[in-house]
Design a protein around this ligand. Structure first.
Ligand code: F0G
Length: 439
């Protein structure tokens, strides 16, 4: 395995609250600052040599060592594991493509738009980038059981990585509010699966109490190691672009872990000299689950939690996002913004991404819907070099797709009119009639 010695400055956990900044050992099992209750983050990596690492990270693509083949561990100098790599659990995550589509770019009102498609991950979502790190930390700590609440993708990912790590996965789901594709993954990967009659935000509170009481390792994105792994999405994207910084990066916002990870990665890469400026971060939320968008209009007020979040993009059906303080820091620091889109806008953008041969799950399509709205309003110029993060695979939610294309999709806000409807036809077993139909 190509090696790099960044020296012996051990990582630690730091309170994100600027008035506290208390530090704790990297192996402490805590999810919030014991002193002030703030969010925690891993300390920034030190001793990075950009030119050497850019070359080394390229070289590792040629290596057959499992950690080099991982699109997360390839960038391990950015992660708080130092020499303790024997705990790393990998399913060859990351390595996700940058895809372009003239049709989707035009729909978004842009000349160049690339999709960084995290749906190409082993369990079909960006959660794998974070989970490989979170599960590895669980193993380093000697944890036997791991838990999460999830709108589906975190649970699918945690189930797979816990299985690989030899930990028992315990999954809490909002009953009736996740897609079958995601539920099926949790079951298939052998997780103990509990469906709770409550929404995501309520269950997260429950799971945090249970994790503490029962000594189960919590693997939601409040866990700073999840965030560390998700940082590599930005490192890999920049590596794939030969370190050319895009003008904008658009990402859907739910619990706001991903945008927090992106901002942290970009800041760290900038301060280490890998890049000389930051892309602006655009966070897109679904209209019925958009507390962060509301907050962005009145950041001095209390955070406007949405008690009953609604959206057919169930992955981002979250009204009380845990990571909002980090996310807000990253949005403002990058000169970014927060936007919201309707159910109709998400559905049509999703169909356009699908018709480009790319495809994604509903939450991911919020990016293209948001970009379309932002370019139309002149907030993103048409020549902005833009990367949109597609967070989940097209097969995560086939029910949504079938309903859209057959005119049966209904959101809380009303029926969706499939502008790009493509219903299957039932035909007789008769070549002449089929030929006539196709003429
Ligand atoms: N897109 C998809 C496909 C997701 O699954 C999620 C989050 C998001 C976007 C939002 O990312 O929370 O970092 O802002 N899904 C979580 C889950 C909540 O439980 O799978 P975020």
């Amino acid at each position: 395995m190509p090696q790099y010695n960044r020296g012996f400055v051990p990582s630690h956990l730091v309170c994100f609250n600027g008035n506290c900044r208390a530090q704790y050992p990297i192996t402490e099992v805590i999810y919030n600052c014991p002193r002030c209750g703030g969010l925690l983050e891993a300390s920034a990596p030190v001793g990075l040599d950009p030119e050497r690492l850019k070359r080394l990270w390229r070289e590792r693509r040629m290596s057959n060592a499992p950690l080099d083949q991982s699109g997360v561990w390839r960038y391990r100098e950015l992660l708080p594991f130092e020499d303790q790599l024997e705990h790393a659990v990998t399913l060859r995550e990351g390595n996700t493509p940058l895809l372009s589509s003239p049709r989707a770019s035009a729909y978004g009102g842009l000349r160049t738009l690339a999709f960084k498609h995290q749906g190409f991950n082993p369990t079909g979502s960006f959660k794998d980038n974070g989970m490989t790190c979170g599960a590895s930390q669980g193993r380093r700590l000697g944890m036997k059981r791991a838990a999460c609440v999830s709108t589906g993708n975190t649970s699918a990912s945690m189930a797979a990585y816990a299985a690989q790590a030899g930990m028992q996965a315990i999954i809490f789901l909002p009953h009736g509010n996740i897609s079958y594709g995601k539920l099926a993954q949790a079951l298939e990967y052998g997780a103990r699966t509990l469906q709770v009659e409550a929404n995501f935000d309520q269950i997260l509170k429950l799971v945090r109490v249970l994790a503490e009481q029962l000594g189960i390792y919590l693997l939601n994105s409040v866990n700073p190691f999840r965030i560390e792994g998700q940082k590599t999405i930005m490192a890999e994207m920049l590596d794939q672009r030969d370190w050319r910084v895009p003008d904008w990066v658009a990402v859907p916002g739910g619990n706001l872990g991903n945008v927090s990870a992106f901002g942290k990665a970009l800041r760290e890469l900038q301060s280490a000299g890998f890049i000389d400026r930051l892309p602006r971060l655009a966070v897109i939320q679904a209209e019925g689950s958009a507390p962060f968008e509301a907050f962005s209009h009145a950041p001095a007020a209390a955070f406007p939690t949405v008690e009953h979040p609604e959206t057919l993009a169930t992955a981002i059906k979250i009204g009380d996002p845990v990571s909002w303080p980090k996310a807000w820091h990253e949005v403002t620091n990058s000169g970014g913004l927060v936007e919201k889109v309707t159910e109709q806008e998400i559905a049509d953008a999703k169909a356009v991404i699908g018709a480009s041969g790319i495809g994604c799950e509903p939450a991911s399509a919020a990016t293209l819907a948001g970009i379309r709205k932002l370019t139309a309003a002149g907030r993103i110029p048409p020549d902005a070099d833009t990367v949109a993060i597609l967070t989940g695979n097209v097969l995560k939610d086939p029910d949504y797709i079938y309903r859209y294309h057959t005119g049966q999709l209904t959101a809380h806000s009303g029926a969706i009119r499939g502008a790009f409807e493509n219903a299957p036809m039932v035909v007789p077993n008769d070549p002449e009639r089929i030929a006539a139909l196709l003429a």
